[in-house]
Design a protein around this ligand. Structure first.
Ligand SMILES: [Zn+2]
Length: 303
């Protein structure tokens, strides 16, 4: 079990009062250091432009990496580019690249990337929803193109639908994307009839959905579909904002649910992918819930 992070990820600052704040990352890393003193921590490298261009267009790279910014510059009502954002975005995406190389070279079996900004809303051409680059998509594309994998899965239990990840892979049968998410909720995508080329599996959850409803849909629908895909490498978009304490949504999960889903996913990874899992932090906006859920998730990954 290995953790990738980088201090630059705390220097992306969307400004006062923003939910996706630097303190989120400290809540995760402090909780993990307290709970697991023996974890192996590694510094995330920068992603290269070539690695980012596998899923993003040139104009988005230029916007995020080459725009001169001396203060917070809004890209949309939710998403802000500041002086530290380009470096943070490069390290967040680079963490996933390094994680893939580590598991494919047998240096680690499972990796958690404690990074921000999050990624799953970023589309091929647009930063949105707090996300600049789609970190997990950059990593999944690297697994396919660099390591030659033909069946990789991205599992997304963040409370929001990963519209960007879906848009990047919805014509790519090498990648299965499976998501549970509250609906209605931002970004208003992820209906069950959005199926890509049969590789997109969306399970909308109604507001108020609790542990029982969440576990039922995963046990009956999403996990069997993932199992039958036989992923050679399993990615997790690990957002913890479906927790009952989270202020941005109305799903009522408890900390133990994140341990449960992680155990189920590790079991599938063991059956088909030599136990290889790369998990990347997405959302989670209550600092207490975020710390506890991260510990539950990483504890189950480390088993
Ligand atoms: Zn979210």
């Amino acid at each position: 079990m290995r953790i990738y992070t980088h201090p630059a990820c705390t220097r992306h600052d969307p400004g006062p009062g923003h939910a996706e704040r630097p303190e989120r990352l400290a809540a995760v890393t402090d909780a993990l250091r307290d709970a697991f003193p023996a974890l192996a921590w590694e510094e995330a490298p920068r992603a290269t432009r070539g690695q980012l261009l596998r899923v993003h267009d040139d104009a988005l790279l230029a916007l995020v990496l080459d725009t001169p910014v001396d203060g917070p510059m809004p890209l949309d009502p939710d998403t802000v580019l500041g002086p530290g954002s380009a470096e943070a975005a490069l390290r967040a995406a680079g963490a996933g690249i390094a994680a893939v190389d580590a598991v494919m070279h047998g240096e680690a079996r499972r990796v958690f990337c404690a990074v921000r900004p999050p990624g799953h809303h970023a589309t091929p051409s647009a930063a949105m929803g707090f996300c600049l680059f789609n970190n997990v998509a950059v990593a999944a594309a690297h697994a396919c193109d660099k390591h030659g994998l033909s069946r990789v899965a991205v599992v997304d239990f963040d409370v929001h639908h990963g519209n960007g990840t879906q848009a990047i892979f919805d014509t790519d049968p090498r990648v299965m994307y499976l998501s549970s998410h509250q609906m209605p909720l931002y970004p208003d995508t992820g209906y069950a009839n959005e199926r890509g080329v049969g590789n997109i599996i969306n399970a909308p959850l109604p507001p108020g959905c609790d542990s029982d409803g969440f576990r039922r849909i995963w046990r009956e629908q999403l996990l069997p579909t993932l199992d039958s895909f036989r992923p050679q490498l399993l990615f997790i978009s690990a957002g913890f904002d479906a927790h009952a304490r989270d202020p941005l949504a109305q799903i009522e999960l408890v900390t133990g649910d994140f341990e449960w889903i992680t155990r189920e996913l590790v079991a599938i990874a063991r059956r088909h992918g030599d136990g290889r899992v790369v998990s990347m932090l997405e959302g989670g906006y209550d600092l207490t819930a975020l710390g506890e859920a991260s510990v539950a998730h990483v504890g189950a990954l480390a088993e």
